[in-house]
Ligand binder design. Structure first.
Ligand code: FMN
Length: 402
């Protein structure tokens, strides 16, 4: 039977690792899996923080019963977030522990009714309310839109533990270790950024408000809903989320191309080479057709510069490039520099759409020249590509100097 893992003398991890789901939310690749964290607090009253995705319930239940004291029941289920990777087992838990009170805010309670048809046995909490378990006391704070409207966190005052829901979480199953000091956190950081950029990034404004609340707490341990538990240096993850949600970027350029026969790729490779020759070390090239969108968005979130190059396809932007532009617009990114180029053979189309994206797709400073090539780039076109590469390099360096 799977065992609960001790976080403190009375708090236990009862979550599960998912290495079977290929795509998180049906979209984002999970080559290293994902963890759904949930916690049990043993006190005069027993409480659970969150449930788990329904098909991972068996590991969760094994861990729970491994630590449940004899003759006790679950008094409270705290629901910090209603996304079904955390809420998916509420109905079964309620059947197993019919006396268990479900604790959530007004929006949580509405959602529990809508998702699971449960309307009885709820405790509604508001900002600052305290749930008394005995020695442990949970104080609730609302963090709407990090990641859903009902998202909230619970801070346990006696042990200074924050149950932070999706905030400060990341992709990657917990590989043996579950605490930051048991793992090579450098490996987890990329997956945490990929999670942030794709799941939370759009809600950077709300994330900043949540971070301001967290900064006011005396913190010993952060227990997020995904990714490692942060106990050796919990401030580090807060600093990372703060950096990413305030749109602070590293010096570097992401180059993404959409190309069927290599002509547009020739242009973007030329731009990438010129940027490198102009002194930018981090130049990352993605093929929009082949890189999973989540990796492209992760890298774009990290670096200040972005170059988009697309061929024209049936009068429009090449479809994977259109998908990327749409995703980036949705993210409402700020403080970035952008270079664009396009190719066509008769009607044009791609570059015009990239120009619209440059104007309406976020806070992008357009770097000249924009380049449009008929079929295959000439030496004159390639010289313009080199110029764009050099100008991009200058722009990302100048932005850093500010
Ligand atoms: C299926 C297909 C559809 C295309 N549709 C258009 C189009 O509507 N208008 C246009 O000007 N060129 C169109 N083109 C031409 C390409 O955009 C052009 O040849 C471009 O240089 C190809 O770039 P690539 O080598 O990077 O794929 C199309 C090409 C293909 C293969």
């Amino acid at each position: 039977m799977q065992q609960a893992i001790k976080v403190t003398d009375s708090i236990y991890w009862i979550g599960g690792n998912d290495r079977e789901t290929d795509l998180f939310e049906g979209l984002w690749e999970l080559p290293r899996g994902v963890a759904y964290n949930a916690y049990f607090i043993n006190d005069e009253k027993c409480a659970i923080i969150d449930t788990i995705k329904a098909d991972k319930l068996s590991a969760y239940m094994e861990r729970l019963v491994s630590i449940m004291p004899e003759g006790r029941t679950i008094d409270y289920l705290v629901v910090n977030h209603m996304e079904p990777d955390h809420s998916g087992s509420i109905s079964i838990l309620r059947k197993l522990y019919p006396e268990m009170k479900i604790v959530g805010n007004k929006k949580t309670i509405e959602m529990i009714g809508a998702f699971y048809g449960i309307t009885e046995g709820m405790i509604e909490v508001k900002e600052g309310d305290v749930l008394d378990l005995g020695r442990h006391k949970l104080t609730f704070a609302m963090i709407p839109m990090v990641h859903w409207p009902e998202s909230m966190v619970a801070y346990e005052t006696s042990e200074k533990v924050l149950f932070s829901t999706d905030a400060f979480g990341g992709f990657c199953a917990l590989e043996g270790g579950i605490f930051d000091d048991e793992l090579d956190m450098a490996l987890y950081e990329d997956e945490t950024l990929r999670y942030f950029a794709n799941i939370v990034g759009r809600y950077s404004g709300p994330a900043q408000k949540a971070i301001a609340k967290v900064r006011a707490l005396d913190l010993k341990i952060i227990c997020p809903a995904h990714g490692p538990i942060l106990r050796s240096n919990p401030q580090h993850i807060v600093d990372l989320y703060d950096k990413w949600s305030s749109h602070k970027t590293d010096e570097g350029i992401v180059v993404v191309y959409g190309s069927m026969y290599g002509n547009t790729k020739f242009m973007t490779d030329t731009i990438a080479r010129a940027a490198c020759e102009a002194g930018v070390k981090d130049v990352i090239v993605h093929d929009a057709s082949r890189s999973n969108l989540s990796y492209i968005v992760r890298d774009i979130w990290k670096y200040r510069g972005l170059v988009l190059g697309s061929c024209t396809y049936n009068t429009e932007l090449y479809p994977p490039m259109a998908t990327l532009c749409r995703a980036l617009k949705n993210k409402m990114m700020k403080n970035r520099v952008l270079g664009i180029c396009g190719s066509y053979s008769w009607s044009k189309g791609a570059l015009a759409e990239l120009q619209v994206f440059a104007e309406q797709g976020g806070d992008w400073k357009l770097v000249e020249p924009t380049i449009e090539v008929k079929s295959s780039p000439t030496e004159t076109d390639l010289e313009l590509c080199r110029e764009l590469g050099r100008n991009m390099a200058e722009a990302v360096k100048a932005a850093e100097a500010k």
